[in-house]
Design a binder for this molecule. Structure first.
Ligand SMILES: Nc1ccn([C@@H]2O[C@H](COP(=O)(O)OP(=O)(O)OP(=O)(O)O)[C@@H](O)[C@H]2O)c(=O)n1
Ligand SMILES: O=P(O)(O)OC[C@@H](O)[C@@H](O)[C@@H](O)CO
Length: 422
């Protein structure tokens, strides 16, 4: 088994800029422990995850295996890892990748500062990849920092939209029933063809469900099932819940999942992922200015305008003169869009302060950060051409910060001051 990169195999911070999530996760952790019969602090429930990521993505129809296909210039698997890292009580995440993709995977872990990740060699089928992940958790191998969990989550690396509440539900159910899995209503009806390629019969759609991920198991149940598994099942099986039933007589509890649990399979799914991510990260905007009262007024106006454009938007305000303590929290809460209003200061002073804070926070490692630098011009005092000239510097700033995934643009608003005062 390949240990993860240095500093990656023991739970420290759950990834960049997420520490504010920790409080919420600790609350979830407490509810998990109590729901699962464990007592916080005394006997915590050890939970690990296995992510099969060793496929070639044949149905995607592109040379790059789909788990490594870029979404907003970041590999798909990184979003799934981030989703699991946000869950404080998952102590270890074991990812199964092919030998040829091991270095690519290590570079992704390094670049996006993923934590608690260990890598194992994938198998020639998904079941074999999962089995390899379980072996890594089961055996106290030399120099292995992994310990056997009580509960193991299995989740496809190409299902990036997994939320903590779904994970909590399947883990809690697995603790009680031995196995649990997320399900969704069928969209198409399932039919059974006859040998001559005609309809033999169809299944009543309302009485059937689609099996999705995440799934969770008592570790001993699923590990035993894989150890007993026939070669045929390892080769052609697609359902872990079935292995628990067939080899351990364990009937999985089925948990209704959210619509976002679908698996990225075809090229169109990449476009869907990108649209969903863009929508998620564009819903919150932070207005930053150097004057407190200006903040509220500008923020209110902006919120009213944006609400007519976006289905829901949250505009928060922060005056940088507070040394940004509230802004730090806004960044930690993962706001990715900033409007920096330069009213009183020299052209870029506020914007530069904000850019420095954003660069120090590493926020833009995970998603692009957008900063709109707003400048006002009283064209009766200053000829627009002169003001524009002084603002050209923004192009240099923009080139520099783009290297750190911060997208900076300028907005010049010119109006006669005296008219504005009426
Ligand atoms: N030998 C394999 C095959 C698949 N997987 C993983 O299992 C998950 C779900 O499988 P699937 O959607 O079938 O992925 P691929 O096999 O890559 O897709 P395809 O069938 O189109 O080739 C993916 O994260 C995939 O990387 C794996 O770990 N090992
Ligand atoms: O068969 P695939 O490898 O595409 O998908 C594997 C699993 O995601 C799929 O079987 C789910 O229905 C849950 O088990």
């Amino acid at each position: 088994m390949e240990p993860g990169p240095p500093g990656s195999s023991r739970p420290t911070e759950p990834g960049p800029c997420l520490s504010s999530q920790q409080g919420a996760d600790q609350a979830a952790s407490a509810s998990l422990q109590s729901a699962a019969g464990a007592q916080p602090g005394r006997h915590s429930l050890a939970v690990a995850a296995v992510l099969p990521a060793g496929g070639c993505g044949e149905r995607m129809g592109v040379p790059t295996p789909k788990q490594f296909c870029p979404i907003l210039e970041r590999p798909l698997i990184s979003y799934t890892l981030q989703a699991l890292e946000r869950v404080y009580w998952i102590k270890d995440i074991v990812v199964a990748v092919t030998g040829e993709n091991m270095e690519v995977m290590k570079s992704i872990i390094q670049k996006y500062q993923h934590k608690r990740i260990s890598l194992v060699e994938a198998g020639v089928t998904r079941h074999r990849s999962i089995f390899n992940g379980l072996k890594a958790l089961a055996e106290d191998q030399l120099n292995c920092k992994l310990s056997k969990p009580e509960i193991v989550i299995v989740h496809d690396a190409v299902r990036p939209f997994v939320e903590e509440d779904t994970l909590l539900k399947v883990v809690t159910a697995a603790k009680k029933h031995g196995a649990a899995g997320a399900i969704r209503p069928l969209v198409s009806t399932v039919i059974s063809p006859s040998a001559d390629g005609c309809l033999d019969h169809s299944l009543e759609r309302a009485r059937h469900r689609a099996s999705e991920m995440p799934q969770a198991f008592l570790f001993d149940v699923i590990y035993e099932a894989y150890q007993q598994c026939s070669d045929y099942d390892l080769e052609f099986g697609t359902e872990c819940l079935q292995l628990a039933l067939k080899y351990c007589c364990t009937k999985a509890k089925l948990v209704e999942g959210s619509p976002d649990l679908w698996k990225v399979t075809y090229k169109r799914d990449l476009y869907a992922v990108e649209s969903i991510i863009k929508e998620k990260i564009s819903q919150e905007i932070c207005v930053v200015t150097d004057i407190e009262e200006d903040n509220k007024y500008v923020s209110h106006l902006l919120e009213e305008v944006l609400k007519s454009e976006l289905n829901h938007v949250k505009v928060t305000s922060e005056a940088l003169c507070h040394a940004g303590r509230d802004l730090q929290q806004i960044i930690l809460d993962q706001c990715y869009n900033f409007v920096c209003v330069n009213v009183m200061t020299s052209d870029f002073q506020e914007t530069q302060k904000l850019l420095s804070m954003l660069e120090e926070s590493n926020l833009s490692i995970l998603y692009p950060v957008v900063v709109v630098s707003v400048h006002f011009l009283d064209f009766k005092l200053v000829p627009p051409s002169q003001k524009m000239e002084s603002l050209m510097l923004i192009r240099e700033f923009a080139k520099e910060v783009k290297k750190r995934n911060i997208w900076l643009c300028g907005l010049l608003i010119s109006y006669p001051q005296d008219e504005q005062e009426h």
